[in-house]
Design a protein around this ligand. Structure first.
Ligand code: GUN
Length: 288
């Protein structure tokens, strides 16, 4: 068997095309969606991610503003920027690019300072809590993108066994909650899971987000399983690769996301979707 490719690049382009008309309509109604990104420090990967976000926003008419702060910035300065953006009616979404430099200390108080209605990353405890309760929420972009990939490929979720490898607040936990919300039976695996291969082998859907190059092998998979690879690593061979060993997995899986061109583009498309959602909500609130 050769797995069907889940083409995130094509789906993301489709999502962005759909949003373009919505952005124009919101702009006509006086709420052109606006995204502000706080980029602190000189992490090269973060600089690349933020450039991609700016470009994607501009392409569909979303206003984007990047606040660049030095490597030795303190928490009070970042907090003051967040407060100003919370109060700025032209900005509907605020994103603090992670990781923040060490000079800032614990990032959590800053992430919690972002108003939940502008939290387009879905990292605020209010949004995570709403997601856990099954209430409408701004949902973290990468797991939201994974769900859209599954929906677009018409992968059945209800009643299926989903295994999420990785328990990060950004991907693993919200991913598990989304799959649970779609009525999957969900197992969350992590570094202390004794027999990871055995857990993965039970999965109809496996989502891997651990940041370890080619960790999951083809012979760990149930034949026909759907594999969503969130990883983005540089392998020993210097090539960009995911957390799944694509060559061996492709021969066993029913469907699989490539790296690059799978989950990555969906993250940005879902970020823009969240900005539009926040703008729509702000417009609703402005109306009498
Ligand atoms: N750094 C790596 N991924 C992300 C993300 O999804 N959001 C933010 N804010 N920072 C990140």
């Amino acid at each position: 068997m050769t797995a069907r490719l889940l083409d995130g690049k094509a789906l993301a382009a489709q999502v962005r095309d759909g949003l373009r008309a919505e952005v124009a309509a919101l702009a006509d109604a006086g709420a052109r969606p606006g995204l502000a990104v706080i980029l602190a420090g000189d992490d090269p990967a973060s600089a690349v991610y933020v450039r991609h976000k700016e470009k994607a926003a501009a392409e569909i008419g979303v206003l984007s503003r990047v606040i660049r702060l030095p490597n030795d910035v303190d928490a009070a300065t970042v907090r003051a920027h967040v407060d100003a953006l919370n109060a700025d009616a032209a900005i509907h979404g605020i994103l603090i690019q992670l990781p923040l430099p060490a000079s800032v200390g614990d990032p959590r108080p800053l992430l919690e300072r972002v108003h939940p209605d502008k939290d387009v990353d879905g990292f605020h405890p209010v949004n995570m809590g709403r997601l856990a309760l099954g209430e409408p929420a701004l949902v973290a972009c990468t797991p939201a993108g994974c769900m859209r990939l599954l929906a677009s490929a018409e992968v059945p979720i209800a009643g299926r066994h989903a295994v999420v490898v990785g328990r990060s607040n950004i991907v693993g936990k919200p991913m598990a909650l989304l799959l649970l919300g779609a009525n999957a039976t969900v197992t969350i695996c992590h570094s202390r899971t004794p027999d990871l291969a055995a857990e993965v082998r039970r999965a109809d859907i496996v989502v891997v987000a651990v940041g370890r190059a080619r960790l999951v092998k083809g012979d760990w998979l149930k034949p026909g399983a759907t594999v969503i690879d969130v990883g983005m690593n540089r392998g020993d061979d210097g090539k960009l690769c995911g957390d799944v060993d694509f060559a061996s997995a492709q021969a066993v899986a029913g469907a699989i996301t490539p790296v690059p061109g799978g989950v990555g583009p969906m993250t940005i498309a879902c970020l823009l979707d969240n900005v539009c959602r926040a703008a729509r909500r702000a417009l609703g609130k402005d109306q009498p």
